[in-house]
Design a binder for this molecule. Sequence first.
Ligand code: DP6
Length: 370
Amino acid sequence: DRKQATCIAPVNIAVVKYWGKRDENLILPINSSLSGTLSTDQMCAKTTIAISKSFQRDRLWINGKEQDATGKRLQNCLREVRSRCGSEIEGCHYHICSVNNFPTAAGLASSAAGYACLGEYFEYKEGITKIQFTIRQGSGSACRSMYGGFVKWEMGNKSDGSDSIAVQVTPESHWPEMEVLILVVSDKKKGVSSTSGMQTSVKTSKLLKYRAESLVPKLMTEMETAIQQKNYQAFAEITMKDSNQFHAVCLDTYPPIAYMNDISHKIVQLITHFNQYCGEYKACYTFDAGPNAVLYVLAKDVPQILSAVCHYFPCTENHDSYIQGLSNYSDVKEFPKEIENTICLDPIPGSLTGIIHTRVGSGPRVILDD
Ligand code: DP6
């Protein structure tokens, strides 16, 4: 039996967003969603989990700092696992130690990756489908981090949630050209959490209801087809429209929620004008419950997009660490003057804290087991 193991699990970024629960206890969503799993080389949580009778209580460390392990989310997860493991772990407690391999100051959501590590640890016990129900107690979107490539979380219809599961749409080998640029926006303050934001949206936004019932089903089908056919033009358009719609729902929520800031909007302008100049989609943006932009870009177009982004959001401090991952700042080409003349952006203060260049990658794995 597994006593101690270290697992690695990826972050995922939705291109059709999950927003709203129809059951708060079982964590059942009001709409299906679809995401890309990011490569664990640049973006992952690495978690060591140990279980012992000699531990007096559950304990949790994140990035070296001890956290409160009595929180509802973690305890709900552990309770489910305990109830399934039964007498063999009676009187045992867990020590869980999780670190992210990306800068935490980036303000990027990592709880899905953290809970997917727990999922990977307990998978041998419950199987990959059942374990999803457990880790969703921690973070709903964590179930999509259990697979690599592109993954959909089918909302299901049953009230017991047995048909609400994440499944792989295509493995990471299907579209290896798909790369990802995370534009980390300088914004320290923490906004409304996804959990409470979506609760308020469910209660107050009629647009959310319309989106979930009448728009998302079609978006899901179109997105799956775009991915299966590796149709970037269709993929890009749906991704941007879905992100815009999600943030429109946030503004339709009362009181309204604004996750995007002036810099986020300037990124939208830049990508829109650049695509217009090119006459086709070269990049598409998506924003989660925060101001950071995630761009899905085909490998061939990454140099051009990086040159545009670095021109309008220049590095002000440390050049060596401005771009992390698959590209370097020193390789970024100068932005052509003739394009600059046709792109006009709102002059606003502030820039990015950095850029992470990664790609769509594989699912979680156990790296060390006793
Ligand atoms: C905007 O999975 O963080 O990133 O289920 O309450 O833990 P809880 O919410 P969470 O919500 C993610 C919201 C989103 C969209 C998405 O990832 O689909």
